[in-house]
Design a protein around this ligand. Structure first.
Ligand code: SF4
Ligand code: SF4
Ligand SMILES: [Zn+2]
Length: 195
């Protein structure tokens, strides 16, 4: 059960959350909710830094990035704690230029080609980022974060999943209806399973 609290300190990059009811910071990690609706807790960079040396090796090799540079505390952490590509995110730069916390606050939201591309790309791996931002805009940031934290766990063993996992990396359970193939990164354990 959540308990309301008003004393959680938000980082500057989390100010888009401030209109939501604020819950104790240990219930959900607010750094993992991005300003575009992506859930950072299932990101390959975030998981590679935390889950296993084998995954870190895999991501480092496939992305051609040294292991020590593969680190991030989430899109709503301070910029200095973010993966370098996300420090340079074009959407965040655009939001900042226009003075919006998230894209859903922007008058161009329904027609923005950059956002449409991102929404299509992330839908392919099982995310509904427009749905997430609708919940954020409705003041339900902590509720959607809690739901995302559960959604991106293996239904069999409860371990965290990545966007691109076709199978749980812990117990091997199949976690996608249809296997996904993504250009640029494919976890070694996520080759299509025989049914
Ligand atoms: S690398 Fe980007 S998408 Fe991944 S956790 Fe960091 S901010 Fe989120
Ligand atoms: S919807 Fe498009 S134009 Fe509007 S803030 Fe987001 S990226 Fe920028
Ligand atoms: Zn599992």
């Amino acid at each position: 059960m959540f308990h309301k609290s008003r004393d959680v300190k938000l980082e500057p990059s989390q100010q888009f959350l401030k209109h939501s009811v604020v819950y104790p910071a240990n219930m959900v990690d607010t750094r993992l909710l991005s300003r575009c609706g992506i859930y950072c807790g299932a990101c390959i960079i975030y998981r590679a830094e935390r889950d296993s040396s084998a995954l870190l090796e895999d991501v480092s090799r496939q992305l051609k990035v040294p292991k020590k540079e593969i680190k991030c505390n989430g899109c709503s952490s301070p910029y200095a704690e973010q993966w370098r590509n996300c420090q340079n995110c074009g959407l965040k730069a655009c939001q900042d230029r226009m003075g919006f916390g998230t894209c859903v606050q922007c008058p161009e939201y329904d027609v923005c080609p950059d956002y449409a591309y991102l929404a299509g790309f992330t839908a392919h791996r099982g995310e509904d980022i427009r749905g997430v931002l609708a919940r954020v805009e409705a003041g339900e940031s902590m509720g959607i974060l809690d739901a995302l934290e559960k959604r991106w766990r293996c239904p069999d063993c409860g371990e965290p999943l990545m966007w691109y996992d076709n199978n749980c990396r812990s117990c091997g359970a199949r976690v996608k209806e249809e296997p996904i193939e993504i250009d640029g990164f494919k976890p070694e354990n996520s080759k299509p399973l025989a049914s």
